[in-house]
Design a protein around this ligand. Structure first.
Ligand SMILES: O=P(O)(O)OC[C@H]1O[C@H](OP(=O)(O)OP(=O)(O)O)[C@H](O)[C@@H]1O
Length: 160
């Protein structure tokens, strides 16, 4: 169960995606990007721009809560593209590896692709070839698309 939040702003997300793009410049040439929807869509768009990659595909996945706290349960692939040569030359992009289940399932489908994400928690970290920031397993990462500005009343008023 998450005990703490890490709020990522749009600016921070873009900066982290650029850091990842910079790290990927040392990787073998990229034929195309496979974005893991939905969390990987925006990071993939930023990285595609930075690396000047025009061929961007998506894989749609969803996962169900597992019975154990550390398990996110079954990851189901709803739609997947065809990638030649088991994904060789493709860069799979996601926002986060948490338990690593999603990365595991996607990597099984495209074993020759490179997997990169912005943030990695300890349980899933080894599933990613690249990540830019480590996050504690109990931290809940709040992405900019998960948040909206809202009025917060002064503390003294909420204490009444
Ligand atoms: O390593 P895991 O434990 O598998 O978790 C990581 C996955 O969880 C998030 O997706 P989520 O299931 O929240 O779906 P969404 O991106 O479509 O909101 C994230 O975008 C990753 O794809």
């Amino acid at each position: 169960m998450a005990t703490e939040y890490l709020s990522i702003t749009w600016d921070q997300l873009q900066a982290d995606a650029r850091r990842l793009a910079r790290a990927l410049m040392g990787a073998p040439p990229v034929k195309g990007i496979l974005a893991v929807a939905r969390g990987g869509l925006i990071p993939a768009a930023i990285i595609a721009r930075e690396l000047n990659i025009r061929r961007v595909k998506t894989i749609a996945v969803e996962s169900y809560e597992g019975p154990r706290a550390e398990s996110r349960g079954v990851v189901r692939v709803l739609e997947q593209p065809f990638l030649e040569e088991e994904g060789a030359g493709y860069l799979i992009i996601d926002d986060l590896v948490d338990t690593g289940e999603t990365a595991h399932v996607v990597r099984e489908l495209f074993p020759k692709a490179t997997f990169a994400c912005l943030y990695a928690k300890p349980l899933g970290r080894s599933r990613a070839d690249y990540h830019v920031r480590e996050v504690g397993q109990d931290i809940w990462v709040l992405f900019p698309w998960d948040m909206a500005p809202a009025f917060s009343p002064p503390l003294i008023e909420t204490a009444k």
